[in-house]
Design a binder for this molecule. Structure first.
Ligand SMILES: [Zn+2]
Length: 423
């Protein structure tokens, strides 16, 4: 199984929008660009919602069948580890092996020493083709990076081998992720990590480092875009080097765990893919669920009433809802409108506050982030929520497709920035 050059990870919390999401990939195909859909849902999401990974597979299969999609598609066991992978073994064919928690735990000194000795070629200035700068690795940096990351890579090896034993070699796409941690990995560290992953015998097709800057859920990038672009260029060059020198799969590419909506860095990602003839896996984070709320609000009537009720519940339970996502959200409580005020909102007021359109002054990132983590409220509503989704399928689907295509796929893969988006 080979992941193509361009792919997009889409979340679908309630498993009702796979078709609308696939429509966005079909729009890209009509423009001549194949963007392969990967339905990702993490163990955390399944646990919060009370769903099973098999439901993601069923929704993806049904969408593919209904729309006659003949290109590849995948189901991603997102952010799994040794303890949580089991229920993903049957339904998934893409595994995001998350070893961020093991970063900094030292491996056996003997294996660190062996790694450093085996990779003496990494010491010195490394000339990377396509990059303006060299990567400079000192003996101390190699030693420190081995001490910091080798144990995590060994853990990734254990998880990979467990999946391989269940599914068979080559029957799934392995990704290693290290993004859910405090500090970003430098391109030099990425190169050292890739050498270790190759030693561990993991044929990764995507790697998800932590990039510098903040990748909050569902809102734009916060950080130095130029610095991000410099680092990503070196990351892409390091990947190319690792493929050539360490025998990693030729299609190995970066997986950008974007948390969705990192509009400011999309032009840089697009330009760098051209420059390096590289691909990217753009993983987005379940903002399809926000498009469901937008669609319900737009529909008015019961839909709008439910959207208001969900906000009110999210507002009163914000501490509990935000806790699991504390590291990846920045909500300013004073910016959250009182639920009583929201009760009087029109459809337009609600959607303008929620929809990620930075051109509109009514857009409210705090409101958006709170609802983003508020999907548990809708999950608790059960059939009440799902029935309204189904009753308003048309308007919701339009929002889901439009969001994915115009705000994500077109800027990143077709080089078409959103109209009027401030540069
Ligand atoms: Zn991630």
């Amino acid at each position: 199984m080979i992941l193509s050059k361009y792919s997009i990870g889409v979340g679908d919390r309630f498993g009702h929008q796979a078709r609308a999401q696939l429509e966005a990939c079909i729009l890209a195909a009509k423009e001549g660009i194949d963007v392969i859909p990967v339905w990702n849902k993490s163990n955390r999401e399944h646990t919060i919602i009370g769903s099973e990974p098999a439901s993601t597979r069923a929704a993806a299969d049904a969408a593919v069948k209904a729309l006659g999609w003949t290109k590849p598609y995948f189901c991603d066991a997102d952010h799994i580890n040794l303890a949580t992978v089991d229920r993903f073994l049957a339904p998934c064919d893409f595994y995001t092996i998350d070893v961020a928690d093991y970063i900094g735990k030292p491996a056996e000194q003997s294996s660190i020493d062996a790694f450093v000795k085996r990779h003496s070629e990494l010491v010195g200035p490394i000339r990377l083709s396509g990059a303006e700068q060299n990567i400079e690795i000192t003996p101390a940096l190699l030693q420190n990076a081995a001490a910091k990351f080798l144990f995590a890579v060994q853990e990734a090896g254990k998880i990979y081998r467990k999946i391989e034993a269940a599914k068979g070699k080559g029957n799934f796409i392995p990704e290693v992720s290290m993004d859910e941690t405090d500090s970003a990995q430098t391109p030099a560290e990425l190169l050292i990590i890739l050498a270790a992953i190759a030693d561990e015998g993991i044929p990764i097709q995507t790697i998800a480092p932590k990039f510098s800057g903040r990748f909050n859920k569902g809102v734009d990038y916060v950080g130095d875009v130029a610095q991000f672009a410099r680092e990503m260029a070196l990351d892409m060059a390091a990947i190319r080097y690792a493929v050539e020198h360490y025998g990693l799969p030729a299609n190995l590419k970066l997986s950008v765990h974007s948390g969705s909506d990192k509009f400011s860095i999309y032009p840089a990602i697009c330009a760098l893919m051209q420059k390096f003839s590289a691909g990217v896996h753009l993983k987005t984070a379940g903002t399809t669920w926000l498009e469901e709320i937008i669609g319900l609000a737009e529909a008015g009537g019961d839909g709008l009433a439910l959207a208001k009720e969900i906000y009110a519940e999210a507002y009163y339970h914000s501490a509990e809802l935000c806790a699991p996502y504390a590291a990846v959200i920045d909500i300013h409580p004073v910016k959250l409108p009182a639920p009583e005020a929201v009760t009087r909102w029109t459809s337009e007021q609600y959607t303008a506050a929620l929809r990620h359109d930075p051109r509109l002054s009514a857009y409210n990132p705090s409101f958006r982030q709170l609802l983003h983590v508020g999907f548990k409220i809708a999950a608790k509503m059960g059939r009440r929520y799902l029935d309204l989704l189904e009753a308003n399928e048309f308007v919701i689907a339009q929002n889901v497709t439009e969001n994915l295509y115009a705000r994500h796929i077109a800027p990143v893969f077709l080089g078409r920035q959103q109209e009027g988006k401030p540069a």
